[in-house]
Design a protein around this ligand. Structure first.
Ligand SMILES: Nc1nc2c(ncn2[C@@H]2O[C@H](COP(=O)(O)OP(=O)(O)OP(=O)(O)O)[C@@H](O)[C@H]2O)c(=O)[nH]1
Ligand SMILES: [Mg+2]
Length: 310
């Protein structure tokens, strides 16, 4: 539905990851005439250092070795292509596009709850999502359920204005669920298509946060039985292994329907996308490749690998 996919932008954003992964592989193989065990070890290290995960890296090399087994002439082999295919096969099984326009209009309001640790990029991503949905011709409302942080309303309001959509907010310290309740009632009255709910990334304790999210979820379902349609966990692409820990933690208190990985621009750890795909049952729906309003892209695994290996 989002029309802002741009391969050049993706390539630019992923340039540091590409440098580590693709350029690393090229350098390793260019020095040798034949693919031997030493090279395979070296390639495994390169894969591990690109944050694709130790288990995944070992698997990729194990499969590569198996493929090489029957090859008598190892000099002509394109080892890069073999690794690319291996990584692609991990990512491909994860491809699931987010809800399309007709399914949103069918059952509206389409409610999207956005969760994640502080600083992951929730508020920014909501601004970007709002902009995209609005451009797709949908009537969008943002609910500011981060009532914990003093500057949260202001920040979200700036994004709502940029995107040109309405926002429901209450003063700092208000019950987040009451903001959600009001926003959903408003959405029903005003024929809103999409409601985006921003939440706090940190409360006094972690268990407070999880309880709060559960409460918000219950309120959503009480007001709109088919909702939430999506619960997106936003993770920072720089957080590596931690992204997986966060996905496990949040999964315990609220069922997640998709992941959004932000800040893939400027990180050399973009390989974490592959790790997440290999180890998580939750599909990656969108990726953030910059701080601008049009820097959110549909996650397309083929394009992602293309951007890394071209
Ligand atoms: N480069 C880059 N920066 C991003 C991206 N997404 C978010 N950011 C930046 O990350 C910082 C934190 O983003 P927020 O949207 O405020 O994060 P949050 O999850 O709402 O944080 P809390 O409200 O504190 O829980 C901001 O400076 C954003 O500009 C991205 O895709 N790329
Ligand atoms: Mg925020």
């Amino acid at each position: 539905m989002f029309k802002n996919f741009n391969l050049d932008k993706l390539k630019n954003g992923l340039s540091k990851t590409k440098k580590r992964l693709f350029d690393g592989i090229q350098e390793a193989i260019s020095t040798k005439a034949v693919i031997d065990e030493d090279i395979l070890d070296e390639l495994e290290e390169i894969l591990i250092s690109s944050d694709i995960g130790v288990d995944t890296a070992m698997n990729v090399i194990k499969n590569t070795r198996a493929e090489l087994y029957y090859e008598s002439d190892r000099s002509k082999l394109n080892i890069t292509q073999i690794i690319k295919n291996e990584l692609e096969s991990i990512l491909l099984k994860d491809d699931k596009i987010a809800s399309d326009k007709s399914s949103i209009i069918d059952k509206k309001p389409h409610v999207i709850l956005v969760v994640g640790v502080n600083g992951a990029g929730k508020t920014t991503t909501i601004g970007k999502l709002a902009y995209n949905y609005k451009n797709a011709g949908l009537n969008v409302l943002i609910a500011s359920a981060d009532t914990f942080r003093a500057a949260a309303n202001e920040q979200l309001e700036i994004w709502a204005n940029r995107a040109g959509v309405k926002i429901i907010q209450k003063s700092t310290g208000a019950d987040p669920s009451s903001v959600v309740f009001e926003a959903l009632e408003n959405a029903k009255l005003n024929n809103v298509d999409v409601v985006l709910i921003d939440t706090a990334g940190r409360l006094h304790t972690k268990s407070n946060l999880m309880k709060e999210l559960e409460k918000i979820r219950n309120v959503i379902t009480k007001v709109i039985p088919h909702a939430p349609n999506e619960v997106f966990l936003v993770v920072d692409g720089n957080s590596g292994q931690n992204a997986l820990v966060q996905a496990n933690e949040f999964s315990k208190s609220t069922k997640l329907t998709g992941l959004i990985v932000t800040k893939l621009d400027g990180t050399a750890k973009g390989g974490v996308i592959i790790q997440i795909s290999a180890e998580q049952k939750i599909p990656i729906k969108y990726i953030g490749v910059g701080e601008g309003i049009d820097d959110l892209q549909d996650f397309d695994s083929k394009e992602f690998i293309e951007a890394l290996f071209s």
